[in-house]
Write a protein that binds this ligand. Structure first.
Ligand code: FPP
Length: 252
């Protein structure tokens, strides 16, 4: 199906990495008089549509915030339902990931996940490891401060062992110790549901990302919404601290 919005997207000016904070599942369910879990089920449909759209466009990396460290404090019933949904979706979608050459990866404290979730996740990560079209990264039991703290500990250990000189610690060294080391930083961060917060997500990596907030609740997010976000991204001028004139002369 052709889309007028999609046709306006410049394929040569796409962000290599898009990060998404999927928010609003609970409110979406509540609006319909349903329990929160129903919203997470609706969220899966939005995940599938967005992954498909991103892969079709040629985006290299898509990182989705599926479960934060803070989410562990939700009611046990909701956590259990979310974990069940994750296992089920990952297993069910593995053939589609294979067919579409999509590699699955995860960032976060995977060992903190229930055994069954971690096992299924690792299985699909291994099965899709050589897929090259796009990498779908799920942030699970993830928080940016947890990730940065872990990186600081690893760097400190290397210094203590004499492998690394403190003077040799550059921004690049820090980046290489993060869970996202192998991917470029996200150039676009999308958050749904009208909240304008970062919520402990990829704090180091989004230093220069364009931020896009939409009132859409996550279960209502579809391909067209991704196209809109990308068109908005393409209309912005990315200056990285330089002047407009400098940027223009670089592209001349
Ligand atoms: C935020 O909405 C959403 C989550 C915490 C979970 C996201 C999970 C999914 C979309 C389903 C599974 C995902 C994959 C990748 C298979 P919220 O519950 O905070 O909503 P609220 O702010 O309206 O309460």
């Amino acid at each position: 199906m052709s889309s007028p919005l999609k046709e306006q997207i410049n394929p040569h000016h796409l962000p290599r990495h898009v990060a998404i904070i999927m928010d609003g599942n609970g409110r979406w369910a509540k609006k319909q008089g349903k329990i929160r879990t129903f919203g997470h089920q609706g969220g899966v449909t939005a995940v599938k549509d967005t992954v498909e759209a991103a892969a079709e466009l040629g985006i290299e990396v898509l990182t989705m915030y599926a479960f934060s460290t803070e989410n562990w404090s939700r009611p046990k019933l909701e956590i259990d339902a979310l974990m069940h949904l994750l296992v089920e979706t990952i297993s069910k979608e593995t053939p589609t990931l294979m067919k579409n050459q999509i590699r699955l990866d995860a960032i976060g404290d995977i060992d903190a996940l229930p055994t069954k979730v971690a096992r299924n996740l690792r299985k699909t990560i291994d099965a899709t490891a050589t897929n090259t079209r796009m990498t779908l990264v799920l942030a699970l039991s993830y928080s940016s401060r947890w990730e940065i703290t872990k990186a600081v500990k690893a760097i400190a250990s290397e210094v203590k062992a004499g492998i690394l000189e403190p003077e040799a610690i550059t921004e690049d060294v820090v980046s290489k110790h993060l869970a996202t080391a192998e991917w470029p930083d996200p150039e676009l961060l999308i958050r749904t549901s009208g909240e304008s917060r970062i919520s402990n997500y990829l704090l180091w990596q989004i230093a220069y990302a364009e931020l896009y907030f939409t009132p859409k609740l996550w279960p209502d997010f579809r391909k067209e919404d991704l196209y809109e976000a990308l068109l908005d991204f393409q209309q912005r001028e990315r200056r990285f601290g330089k002047t407009t004139e400098q940027v223009k002369s670089e592209h001349a």
